[in-house]
Ligand binder design. Structure first.
Ligand code: ZN
Length: 374
């Protein structure tokens, strides 16, 4: 017969003691009878449920019903009982036979025979990898790395680089401008930088000559995407400024860099060109490292060099004295210093290096494609 909480008539210490002993004896009997998890839950609910649990009844029938002068003693007795009941029921839960699936023992169980969790390790993107390789070639020559904002002002992207106001590169057909800038004066209008060259000016404003820097970074142009164009691509530029820097230094440095990147047998060749911020300017070609300069692969024409045996790889030149005029106050007096600059498309180098024929593949994020370079 299950225990029920009796109504008390006598609230004396002795009577309370007796009632409490009965309750505890019943508790002991009931906890001992529990043999599985669901029985334990029933026991817990029977004794501790807020609504009509044994403890609630004790509270109602003993404490609340007690006369004023006995309340203190009854209260102490009831608190003591509460503690004992809670302890007993908790102890019953720890008993392995009542543990069930929710016990800590069960949930913390570790099956060391299961295969481990594989965490795939990422790898460098082929373009990033190529940029790092190019950067490290110049680092070994004593160059340091500089970076700058991708959103630039017209001043740094064009004006300070000697682009005349109506140069075609300023046309919205080539440049992506930030909207609603018309109220600002031209030099302050924002755009997505079209080359990494603004960092040359920013660096010369900060650091006095001599400097030797490489600038890797993302640039944007209003080009519709196709196999060889992307509205977003990557450049690496370099700049060396010192006293007595000559075109011979430029040729020697770049020839060394190309041999370090593509193999010691590549030859370099310079062809006159034009850029607003260098004078004289040149395009540099390297002998095709795919066909060895022959223009042929077996009996087939070599596609990367279009059968010419040469690949156009970068633009370069001696820094135009007009560019130094913009940073003259920081020690770049065009009568005292000279320098050379060069820039190449990192994506294009990656395309050639890995024999990829569509630049879009680099930016589509297809892991099956990218995994090949890991
Ligand atoms: Zn070739």
């Amino acid at each position: 017969m299950a225990y029920t909480v009796p109504k008390l008539k006598d609230f004396s210490a002795a009577a309370l003691e007796k009632a409490a002993a009965k309750l505890l004896a019943a508790l002991e009997q009931e906890t001992a009878a529990v043999s599985n998890e669901s029985a334990w839950k029933d026991l817990r609910d029977r004794w501790m449920a807020r609504k009509n649990g044994v403890l609630t009844q004790v509270n109602d029938l003993w404490l609340k019903a007690a006369p004023k002068d006995a309340k203190r003693d009854v209260g102490q007795q009831v608190n003591e009982l509460k503690k004992r009941v809670e302890q007993a029921i908790e102890a019953a839960q720890q008993d392995p036979k009542n543990a069930g699936s929710s016990s800590r023992l069960e949930t913390d169980r570790l099956d060391i025979t299961l295969p481990g969790i594989q965490r795939p390790i990422g790898a460098e993107h082929p373009v990033v990898k190529t940029m790092n390789e190019i950067v490290s070639v110049f680092r070994n020559l004593g160059y340091s790395v500089q970076e700058g904002p991708v959103i630039e002002t017209d001043y740094y992207n064009f004006e300070a680089l000697n682009f005349p106001p109506n140069h075609p590169a300023r046309d919205a057909q080539d440049t992506l401008f930030i909207a609603n800038q018309e109220s600002k004066p031209q030099p302050e209008r924002l755009l997505l930088r079209t080359h990494t060259s603004p960092v040359q000016i920013r660096t010369m404003e900060k650091i006095k000559p001599p400097i030797r820097i490489v600038i890797p970074g993302k640039v944007h142009r209003n080009d519709p995407p196709d196999a060889s164009h992307s509205p977003m691509f990557h450049q690496i530029e370099g700049l060396a400024v010192d006293t007595n820097i000559t075109f011979g230094d430029l040729k020697g440095t770049l020839d060394h860099a190309m041999k370090a990147l593509f193999g010691s047998s590549v030859k370099t060749h310079f062809r006159p060109s034009f850029f607003p911020f260098t004078e004289p300017s040149a395009e540099m070609m390297v002998s095709c490292f795919i066909c060895g300069g022959s223009g042929k692969r077996g009996s087939q024409p070599c596609r990367p060099c279009k059968s010419t045996g040469w690949i156009e790889i970068l633009g370069c030149g001696m820094v135009d004295p007009n560019v130094f005029e913009f940073v003259k106050d920081n020690g770049y007096d065009p009568r005292k210093v000279s320098g050379f600059a060069f820039g190449m498309g990192a994506d294009r180098v990656a395309l050639l290096k890995y024999g990829v024929d569509d630049i879009q593949l680099f930016f589509q994020g297809d892991v099956r494609f990218l995994r090949q370079f890991a």
